[in-house]
Structure formats: C-alpha cells, structure tokens
Design a protein around this ligand. Structure first.
Ligand code: ADP
Length: 272
C-alpha cells in the first residue's frame, strides 16, 4: 500500500523461535523527501542572485569607460546583494524555529510594543507608496514569547500587505481579545491584489509564491509566511488568512494571552 518497513529478525531462545520487528519507515522517508526538496529549493534560490551578481560583475568590467553604465550596474549589484542577505537571514531565522524544540527563554511580551516596533520599521516603505498604515484595537495585552520573533512575524505580514497592495491604499493592524478572553487576535488587513482561493492553503509553505516573477521583483524570499507560521505555532497559536482576489486580504495571528499580566512584572508567567 505504498508504505515502507525495515524488518529485523532475531532468534529467540533455543526453540527455533524468532522475533520479527517491523519498523514503519514511511514517515521517515517522507521527512527525508521534504528535506531533499528544501535543500534543492535553497540551492536554486541562492544560485539566482549569485548568478546575477557574477554576470553583472562581468558587465561592469566591460563597461569600465562608461561611468553611467557602471553606476547602473553597481545599483543592480547592490539590489542582488540585498536579496542574498535577506535570503540568508530568513533561512537562519527558519532554522532556529522550525524544529520540534521549544523556544528558549520565553518572557512576558507587551503586544503594544511588538506592534509599535513592527509598524515603525514598515512605516517608510508604506509612506513611499502613500499607503496609510494604521493601528488600533485593544491595548495593554501581554503574551508569553520571544519579542524579536513576534516583531519579525508581524513585520512580515505588514510588509506583504504593503508589497501586494496598490499605491494610495490602507493597511490596518488591529488587536482584539477573543470571546474566550484567553486569546488575542492580531489582524493585518490590506486592500491589495488578494490571493486566489486555490493558492490559499499553500502560501504558508516555504518558497511557495502565487506569482514568482512578482515576488522576486519585490525582493521577496518566499519564506516570510513560513516564518510567520512557525513563530505563531511556537507560541502556542495559529495563523489564518481570509482573502478575496482584487479586494484584499486579512491575515490573523491568534495567540494565548498571559492572563492580562502587565509585561513589566516579568518573572514566571502562567503561559498558555
Ligand atoms: P514572498 O517573499 O514571496 O512575499 P511570503 O512567504 O511572504 O513570500 O508569501 C508567499 C506568497 O503569498 C507571496 O509570494 C504572495 O504571492 C502571497 N501573499 C502573501 N501575502 C500577501 C498579501 N497580503 N496579498 C496578496 N498576496 C500575498
């Protein structure tokens, strides 16, 4: 039935009995296949900017007596280097969080601070495209977690919302305590291009892109949402998406609350 087994046979006593052990390897083979795919994808993603850089370097060399061309190619080389740096940075973040081990040193984290920091870092990007970035909802909420990773996750969502939206639109970040009072939902809503329904269940996969050409053009690594998913899961939460092509998307991060304890108190929290 397509399953794989390792079979071990061992003699048992002197009566001619044998012990047969069958180990199901199906899951191991599946994990191994995913790992191989991932390595192949990473190699491919690394080759693209490295190839472009080497080509650009050759071109600059041959255009040495045309300062304008040199400036142009140098600019492109800088873009490719940024892409390479982003990719390596995202890969390192992923490798830290995608295993089964729990995150070390979870602390009480103020969501106000996480949101302010994530929004602050994306403000320039939004401003350049005249996209209004707004924050709202319930304040003073605390979760147990890793502040830097939570900022990274939220920032990935905000950056995507900006990147996949036309100029002069709005991106809204909001918090809301859930009905059970024990969870918070952080939503990032845009008025952008939206995501086709058939792609929705795959966008959290590493390197999955709805439109690869567009993602590369905007400098995306294809790892942003995979990072969001792993960060959220590691915090005992989940991330979901609602989207309609042509009208926009809402990504929701749901996290367990630290019983409303103020972040400043620190120490052992009840967790979730
Ligand atoms: P990328 O670096 O390509 O943005 P992500 O993992 O962040 O990688 O996102 C995966 C894909 O999901 C993107 O390539 C894009 O097609 C789609 N996507 C993510 N966020 C949005 C959004 N807010 N609006 C429309 N499409 C989005």
């Amino acid at each position: 039935d397509g399953r794989w087994f390792a079979v071990r046979v061992a003699p048992l006593g002197s009566q001619g009995l044998v012990l047969v052990l069958a180990e199901d390897l199906t899951e191991m083979r599946r994990v191994e296949a995913i790992r191989r795919d991932f390595v192949a994808n990473v190699s491919h993603e690394l080759k693209t900017p490295v190839g472009a850089l080497s080509l650009l370097a050759e071109t600059v060399e041959s255009a040495a007596d045309d300062p304008e061309a040199v400036r142009r190619f140098a600019g492109r080389m800088q873009q490719e280097s940024v892409r390479l740096t982003n990719l390596v940075h995202d890969l390192m973040t992923l490798s830290r969080i995608q295993g089964d081990e729990p995150l070390p040193e979870l602390r009480p984290v103020s969501l106000d601070k996480v949101i302010a920091e994530a929004m602050d870092r994306s403000q320039i990007k939004a401003g350049a495209r005249n996209i209004e970035l707004t924050g709202g909802g319930e304040r003073g909420l605390t979760v147990r977690g890793d502040e830097e990773l939570l900022v990274t996750a939220l920032r990935n969502l905000i950056d995507n919302a900006i990147v996949y939206s036309p100029d002069n639109t709005r991106v809204a970040v909001a918090t809301r305590r859930c009905d059970d009072r024990r969870h918070v939902e952080i939503t990032v809503t845009d008025q952008g291009i939206g995501i086709p329904e058939s792609d929705l269940e795959r966008i959290f996969e590493r390197f999955y892109r709805v439109d690869p050409a567009r993602s590369r053009q905007t400098g995306g690594t294809g790892l942003g949402l995979a990072i969001v998913k792993h960060v959220t899961t590691k915090h005992g939460g989940e991330v979901t998406v609602w989207s309609k092509e042509g009208s926009g998307s809402t990504f929701t991060i749901r996290l367990p609350l630290l019983d409303g304890a103020p972040a400043a108190q620190g120490g052992a929290g009840a967790g979730g």
